[in-house]
Write a protein that binds this ligand. Structure first.
Ligand SMILES: [Mn+2]
Length: 198
């Protein structure tokens, strides 16, 4: 096995509860273990994002910080988060995971319930939209996408058919996303580790 190969993190949800609506999202609750890391600060990025500008500034942000989601807009999207790991908070998160209300059954619904005051927190905790450009925005209202200055993180959120690794012909996706899908493939072809080395 390649020494740099990522290790699988076990999902902390032990049983599915009735409010879980999208069972495929349950495994994303592994993100709760971010709070158990030994680093003083973590800038977490989903695997379906593409960083197109320097984002070092995020390390100067206080934890917890995240950017808005689209629906509802006073909730945050959990694809980009600044976290200050804390063993006590990790234990509380784990303890609440199988009990709290959760609008999507994944980590995002759970974390929004847990950090339910996020929208009212000081501005430093609320990241600008350019740090988490949800691709839905391009599809739903292109002028809004175009109005954001200096996109830094493109988030290919949503269904699998809209993930860049499933879009082999960039011209088949939204025209505002095409150059980002091309960038993703360029990086994939130059940076990825051959499967034989894993
Ligand atoms: Mn994502």
């Amino acid at each position: 096995m390649h020494q740099n190969c990522a290790q699988r993190v076990p999902c902390p949800v032990t049983k599915l509860v009735s409010f879980v609506r999208q069972q495929q999202l349950v495994t994303t609750c592994t993100k709760v273990h971010l709070w158990n890391l030994t680093a003083s600060k973590v800038v977490y990025l989903d695997a379906d994002v593409l960083v197109v500008k320097n984002i070092d500034e995020l390390f100067d942000r206080p934890g917890f910080a995240a950017a808005p989601d689209l629906m509802p807009p006073d909730s945050f999207n959990s694809g980009v988060m600044v976290i200050e790991p804390n063993a006590t908070q990790h234990a509380i998160l784990l303890n609440n995971l199988n009990k709290s209300s959760n609008y999507d059954g994944g980590d995002q619904g759970f974390l929004n319930t847990f950090f339910d005051d996020w929208f009212a927190t000081p501005a430093a905790h609320r990241l600008p939209v350019r740090y988490n450009m949800l691709q839905h925005m391009a599809w739903l209202y292109p002028p809004a996408w175009q109005s954001v200055k200096g996109p830094a993180v493109i988030h290919f959120c949503g269904s699998s058919k809209h993930k860049p690794w499933h879009i082999h012909d960039a011209s088949k996706t939204h025209e505002l996303l095409q150059s980002y899908v091309e960038q993703w493939w360029m990086l994939y072809s130059t940076l990825s580790i051959p499967a034989d080395d894993l």
